[in-house]
Design a protein around this ligand. Structure first.
Ligand code: MN
Length: 198
């Protein structure tokens, strides 16, 4: 039987120290190597559990297993998107081209979009993400994802995400999520976000 592929931790396109002063080397390292890795391990462990139960013909708690699988795969995929939509400050700026046109058409201005996205990031219930998605009607829509997997619009492309789990910022910003959200705008990889419009 062919061995199924497992998830693995992706490499970052920049060094851990490259996002200073917006994210410290320690904050980024722990977030990537500990927290993201935990979701990778979690997803792989659940697949192993499922494989074993199916092979042995034993019962599993389907409801809790599927919930846990969705949480861990969601976590892995969102973190992978997150790392790639960040870039060292020097390369950053404002969106351009099609993305800029699309944001202006939907939100009226970049400033208005930035305000709404920041508010979404600030007000996620519990732990979660703010995400800019692109609907099947080519509208940019803000998603406020709780945990890693709730409030997601099925089939919408995800253009940009911001992790607002406390583990994303507690070393650098303590409990000051607003400061972290403000810092985020200095390290957005707009070229990558635009590319994801497809
Ligand atoms: Mn995270």
């Amino acid at each position: 039987m062919e061995v199924s592929k497992l998830y693995s931790l992706p490499k970052l396109n920049y060094d851990y120290k490259d996002l200073v002063p917006y994210l410290s080397e320690q904050q980024l390292t722990i977030h990537h190597q500990k927290h993201h890795q935990a979701y990778v391990n979690g997803a792989n462990a659940i697949f192993e559990k499922l494989d074993k139960a199916r092979k042995d013909g034993t019962d599993i708690d389907i409801k809790s297993t599927l919930k846990e699988l969705s949480f861990n795969i969601g976590g892995h995929l969102l973190h992978s998107l997150f790392w790639d939509n960040l870039t060292p400050a020097a390369k950053s700026g404002k969106p351009g081209g099609m993305l800029s046109d699309s944001i202006n058409k939907e939100f009226g201005s970049f400033e208005r979009f930035k305000k709404e996205f920041s508010q979404a990031a600030m007000s996620v219930e519990g732990s979660g993400w703010a995400a800019l998605s692109f609907s099947e009607q080519d509208r940019p829509i803000i998603m406020q994802i709780e945990k890693h997997n709730m409030n997601v619009y099925p089939t919408f492309k995800i253009l940009m995400v911001l992790d607002v789990f406390e583990h994303a910022y507690y070393i650098d910003y303590k409990n000051d999520r607003a400061k972290f959200v403000e810092a985020f705008w200095n390290i957005v990889n707009w070229d990558e976000v635009e590319k994801r419009m497809g």
